[in-house]
Design a binder for this molecule. Structure first.
Ligand code: F3S
Length: 643
């Protein structure tokens, strides 16, 4: 029986377990990436392990999130990241060099290798044929130390693409169609492997748009083969030596399959406030647009910006629209500056930002009250833009450019001739903003500013958890709800005592003080709890506030793993209806939890306030249960080292 490509690469990297769907496997990680908002914690954790050097083939520390320096905190973090990288064998991509995922595909990604990144959009690397997975910083720290990355063996879903995209329809519309069909939960426990004739018309940057937003499906990762098109891209990046042909067997089998005819797709958008709330532009009608933002790790590539520049060339941005453009990398920035496309954008009235995440992570460019903002980004969760009342529509660069010109959300096909843009035969190669690690690490002093605080440790799991439900929330809680980003909070990412004051602050501003006062507590949630980013602060800061268990109808993959890593038990209701029987501030009790967790897969919880009982389940490996009993991964790793 033929093998699909995902299983081939996983098999080659298998360190522990068997590749049976749902069973935990441990895989070897070849490359890691971190970004600054999660990276400071990952390197503090790596330092806590006491290893002199990373054990991976390649590890890169990027600075792309916190590039606004409104106080000393971010600059101090950058200095810490630069020095700790140099000391421990990690390459450092300086602020201004670009967004981690795009730069990684351009300069470092290698087909067939595994990549673990402390950012949920790490699967962007699947566009170049890598198994690229997003995880919490602690998992990345363990991988940097040579440890396996553990994940339940995913199902492999074949997304067969037929036909060819029509003018004004782009790769963004492909992934929006996948989201429309599968929803934000549809990728959970799955790798999406793209096959079929249709992939032959998609360049690597276009494939990377699709794998990037596979994160919004909750997928473990997404993957394209490494073929002639991959070779063409790597040649243009002067990295032909990194190419290897990687294809599924001709008779490969898959656990599931869907088919999309690219020829039938039309321009689409994800309406507020979920990436799967997808409709055609035509259906929505010409609503008024106030802001357009182009860039991010989804649509900041050379081809994206060249196309936008070609659409805007010789015209002017609508007077009621603010258009901001952020190139995805220095390479792209330099190229559009050299070939005149940047001048076309500026002339048209675009406001140019540095090559970084910027407005995607709420770092500037918050829209006006009640604004409609069309963005080429990947997430449109309420409040993520920095303006709670803003309505964010996710769309392709083509749709965004059309909105910038007309002030309306219109079908870009109304604009007429479609500008042809191709991959250049050679990109500008200049890695001067990537610093190699020190040859002699003894000469490097790791510099820490006052904002860099040690990683707090949890206590081992108590015998009994008796505590109140200090917070009860609904379905689809995102990590942005739990631990918001933005210019005020992001600079505190390396200071857990300070950032914990902001946990759930946009949902319920009194929550942090209630949780602190309670000492020990529960959170109760609905479906898909913790979807969105990989930020482990959404587990680490609640741990600091005393949360011992989160009981939900279901969890998003990365957040569930992060909860385990910090010693918070992720329980799910056996009977979902029990969610309704619990009120905020009810007192719950789980006696003998240590013993119970080692004997079975479900536990009875007493609702002391109501005088009732309900059952919770836990789908955890033996390894994860040991981590929880120890009070988290760091305690567990230390215990193992001492044993
Ligand atoms: Fe940055 Fe937004 Fe991507 S925050 S890494 S551009 S999802």
């Amino acid at each position: 029986m033929g093998q699909n490509l995902a299983r081939k690469i996983l098999n080659e990297h298998l360190m522990e377990g068997e590749m049976t769907v749902g069973k935990e496997i441990g895989i070897r990680i070849d490359q890691t990436l971190t970004q600054d908002a999660t990276g400071t914690m990952a390197y503090l954790q790596f330092e806590a392990m006491g290893l002199p050097k990373v054990m991976t083939d390649l590890s890169v520390s990027y600075v792309d999130h916190n590039t606004l320096q409104t106080g000393f905190e971010n600059a101090d973090d950058h200095r810490y990241l630069q020095t700790v990288a140099s000391k421990h064998g990690v390459y450092f991509s300086r602020p201004g060099n670009g967004i981690s995922h795009q730069v990684h595909v351009e300069r470092f990604g290698i087909p067939g290798k595994t990549l673990l990144g402390s950012d949920s959009h790490t699967p962007t690397g699947g566009g170049i044929g890598m198994i690229a997975i997003g995880a919490g910083g602690l998992d990345v720290a363990v991988a940097m130390g040579g440890g396996a990355f553990f994940t339940p063996m995913p199902k492999i879903l074949n997304v067969k693409l037929t036909g060819k995209l029509q003018p004004w329809v782009s790769a963004k519309d492909v992934i929006l169609e996948v989201l429309r069909r599968l929803s934000v939960k549809g990728g959970v426990g799955r790798i999406l492997e793209y096959t079929g004739e249709g992939i032959k018309s998609l360049t690597v940057p276009e494939r990377a748009i699709i794998t990037n937003m596979g994160a919004e499906l909750g997928a473990t990762t997404s993957l394209f083969p490494s073929d002639e098109i991959t070779l063409e891209f790597l040649k243009a990046q002067n990295r032909a030596q990194d190419w290897v042909e990687l294809l599924p067997d001709a008779d490969a089998t898959y656990d599931e399959e869907i088919e999309i005819n690219l020829s039938e797709l039309v321009p689409m958008t994800a309406k507020p406030h979920m990436p799967d709330n997808v409709d055609t532009i035509k259906n929505i009608g010409p609503i008024t647009v106030n802001q357009v933002a182009i860039g991010s790790c989804t649509n900041g590539s050379y081809m994206d910006l060249m196309r936008v520049a070609a659409i805007l060339k010789g015209k002017n941005v609508h007077p009621d629209v603010s258009l901001v453009v952020a190139p995805g990398s220095k390479q792209v920035f330099e190229m559009i500056a050299a070939n005149g496309a940047l001048a076309d954008l500026i002339k048209a009235g675009a406001r140019i930002l540095e090559a970084a995440c910027g407005p995607c992570i709420g770092m500037g460019q918050a829209p006006q009250t009640d604004a409609v903002s069309v963005r080429t980004f990947n997430r449109n969760f309420e409040g993520r833009s920095g303006t709670k009342s803003a309505q964010i529509y996710l769309a392709s660069p083509e749709v965004a450019a059309a909105a910038a010109l007309t002030g309306k959300l219109i079908d870009p096909r109304e604009l007429g001739d479609y500008p042809i843009v191709t991959i250049p035969p050679e990109f500008i190669i200049d890695d001067s903003m990537v610093l190699a690690p020190a040859v002699d690490s003894s000469t490097v002093e790791v510099l820490r500013g006052p904002n860099i605080k040690p990683v707090p440790l949890n206590d081992a799991m108590p015998e009994t958890i008796a505590a109140a439900v200090v917070l009860k929330v609904e379905d689809n809680i995102t990590t942005d709800h739990i631990m918001p980003a933005g210019a005020k909070i992001l600079p505190l990412r390396s200071n857990i005592p300070a950032i914990s004051e902001y946990v759930y602050c946009q949902v319920d501003e009194t929550y942090p003080s209630r949780a602190k006062a309670a000492g020990m507590s529960f959170i109760v949630g609905g479906h898909n709890y913790g979807q969105g980013s990989s930020r482990e602060h959404a587990a680490l800061a609640p741990m600091y506030l005393g949360v011992k268990a989160v009981i939900t109808k279901s969890f998003a993959r990365i957040h569930k793993a992060n909860l385990v890593n910090f010693g918070i038990v992720p329980f799910t209701f056996k009977n979902e209806a029990d969610y309704e029987t619990i009120d905020q501030m009810d007192e719950l009790e789980i006696p003998n939890i240590r013993e119970q967790m080692q004997n079975g897969t479900e536990i009875t919880v007493k609702n002391v306030t109501k005088g009732t009982e309900f059952t919770v389940e836990y789908d955890l490996s033996e390894r994860q249960i040991s981590i929880l009993l120890a009070g988290g991964q760091l305690n567990y790793t230390k215990m193992q080292a001492e044993a």
